[in-house]
Design a protein around this ligand. Structure first.
Ligand SMILES: N[C@@H](CCC(=O)N[C@@H](CS)C(=O)NCC(=O)O)C(=O)O
Length: 318
């Protein structure tokens, strides 16, 4: 499939290289950019299947930005023209687009890069503001804060500059060794590139597991941005990455601390409703024919994200 061939960027080393996102403009609350944070002006285009888009779905929900920022879902299955609004819950009421590529064309007709989710769309200017999930998640908890119905602190507190640096550093570490490493394992073209990706992935999961022995979340008692960025990979791990991307050394459920931690996040108020295992499994198993030519969808693993947490890890307060 052409799109996947493009996604698997091979620099000659058999390794998967994710191209950088192209639209990186910022919404602001202080007039410092041409994109002021205004209720009703921006719209999110997302796929429930996608771990990057999932970050933004969670961020919008946690902050209570559902009224301020609209959302549309693309179908889990991309066709030869990419992400599609195929009807039956997958519609674009804002622009009536049939394909997400129309949003990219409207923004820059010469754009020839990947048509990826998530996309933050500006209804007023009729263009994409940003298509990088890390930026969008950060904007949701900062620039959009004043529009949020129940804002939560995802960066550890306004005055905490040193914590902000730690968050950025751990985000980068987890991106390189977990979020993107599963793709590097899945799309590697050589045994060596695959094994390198798997090695760094599990070294890092082991490290994170140890870190969580002493604390409920990565930075303490409350989940921050980094926890949610890790969560969207963990929640897909056993259902997809462990099988489809051959991240086979261990399963999430085998980790003493990571598994209850992932359940804790899943059971956090409102989060389970953002997870669609159906769409996740349908998307991965049926969208990469080079990895799964039969298109058969692996059944959902029995381990239950809703299973009660032990008293040592109490259920989150509502
Ligand atoms: N760096 C981007 C990556 C987004 C991304 O790769 N999304 C995937 C879905 S999981 C996609 O839309 N791929 C379409 C393609 O590669 O053509 C971000 O974090 O927003």
């Amino acid at each position: 499939m052409a799109l996947d061939a493009r996604q698997v960027q091979d620099a000659g080393d058999g390794a998967f290289h994710r191209p950088p996102s192209r639209f990186r403009r910022w919404v602001s609350s202080d007039g410092s950019t041409p994109y002021p944070a205004v209720s009703g002006r921006y719209h999110l285009y997302v796929a429930r299947a996608c771990p990057w888009a999932h970050r933004t779905i969670i961020g919008r929900m946690l902050m209570g930005l559902e009224e301020a920022i609209g959302i549309s879902f693309v179908s889990p299955l991309r066709d030869e023209r990419g992400w599609r609004f195929a009807g039956e819950g997958y519609e674009d009421p804002v622009n009536g687009f049939a394909y997400l590529s129309q949003a990219y064309d409207a923004t820059d007709p010469r754009y020839d890069g990947r048509v990826s989710v998530p996309v933050l769309w500006d209804r007023e200017r009729g263009e994409i503001v940003n298509n990088e999930s890390a930026d969008i998640l950060r904007m949701l908890s900062t620039a959009f804060r004043e529009l949020a119905e129940h804002p939560v602190e995802l960066l550890g507190g306004r005055d905490s500059q040193s914590l902000r640096a730690d968050i950025d550093a751990l985000n980068a570490h987890i991106y390189e060794n977990v979020n993107n490493a599963v793709y590097e394992a899945g799309f590697a073209r050589t045994q060596a590139a695959y094994e390198r990706a798997v090695a760094k992935l599990f070294t890092t999961l082991d490290e994170l597991n140890a870190r969580l022995a002493g604390r409920r979340f990565l930075f303490g008692a409350r989940p921050l941005e980094t926890d949610w960025r890790l969560f969207t990979t963990l929640v897909r791990f056993d259902a997809v990455y462990q099988i489809h991307f051959k991240c086979s050394l261990r399963k999430l459920v085998e980790y003493e601390h990571l598994w209850p931690y992932a359940r804790d996040l899943y059971q956090w108020h409102g989060v389970a409703e953002t997870v669609s295992f159906e769409e996740i499994r349908a998307h991965y198993y049926r969208t990469h024919p080079q990895l799964n030519p039969s298109g058969l969808v692996a059944v959902q693993p029995a381990a239950d994200f809703s299973a009660p947490l032990s008293a040592a890890r109490p259920r989150p307060e509502s």
